[in-house]
Design a protein around this ligand. Structure first.
Ligand SMILES: *Cc1c(COP(=O)(O)O)cnc(C)c1O
Length: 228
């Protein structure tokens, strides 16, 4: 548990320094601890050292772990098939990976059925990587309008996954592009998109410098994963 406490402290120092460098307050940046492949015992240790929000990328894996970790809240950060929407709405406080009108419609229907309000982000494939999910930048505005209108959903902002690069600074244009896209859509639609979920273990500091309000950090907290 000592290593976990040390890792978390170190990540928090790096978040604070990056916020400071860019003239932002540390409290503007939420830490989502990515716990995919990490077992419930270790996630409970993470709760014990002060982490509260966890990111999972698979509904099936999360279904078993969430009941075993009291006192936490959960974000789905991986792609979601429509046939798992009902269960995702039951398990997660936020779905960060909404990337189609069909999925937004289904999540809305399920949220209304379950009499709850679900926080959502629109995932954008800023770098247009063919293997990645996410709405194309030019589709994002219409998806934002749609999601903002649906009952049961509370649209909070945008999310992206930067390409894997050798130097984190190479990811900067992607983070900046997401912020600029957000600014443009807010201006066009008057819909508030306050949250920008961007940045992972290798690049979260650059993401914060470019305006991230949520960073999704796995390996820098829990160590390397044996599988993903
Ligand atoms: C795995 C994952 C992360 C965390 O990646 P690390 O490199 O372990 O920090 C963040 N976001 C998404 C969508 C992921 O799948």
């Amino acid at each position: 548990m000592a290593d976990l406490a040390t890792n978390v402290a170190h990540v928090r120092v790096r978040i604070a320094a990056a916020a400071d460098r860019s003239g932002r307050r540390t409290e503007e940046v939420a830490l989502v601890a990515v716990s995919k492949t990490v077992d419930a015992v270790r996630i409970r240790e993470a709760v014990a050292v002060g982490l509260r929000v966890f990111g999972e990328n698979r509904v099936q894996e999360a279904r078993d772990k969430i009941p075993a970790v009291p006192g936490a809240s959960w974000h789905l950060i991986g792609s979601l098939q429509r046939n798992k929407a009902k269960e995702a709405v039951r398990l997660f406080q936020m779905i960060e990976s909404v990337d189609s009108e069909e999925l937004a419609d289904e999540l809305s229907r399920r949220a209304v059925q379950q009499e709850r309000v679900l926080d959502v982000l629109i995932q954008v494939n800023v770098a247009r990587e063919p293997q990645k999910h996410g709405a194309a930048p030019e589709e994002t505005s219409s998806l934002v309008r749609r999601a903002a209108d649906l009952p049961g959903l509370r649209l909070r902002g945008l999310m992206t996954i930067a390409p894997l690069v050798a130097d984190p600074d190479e990811a900067r244009p992607v983070f900046r592009a997401l912020r600029e896209l957000r600014d443009r859509i807010e201006h066009e639609t008057s819909i508030s998109l306050a949250e920008l979920s961007m940045g992972m273990s290798d690049d979260f500091e650059v993401a914060i410098e470019e305006g991230a309000t949520m960073v999704r950090v796995g390996r820098a907290i829990f160590g390397d994963r044996t599988q993903t």
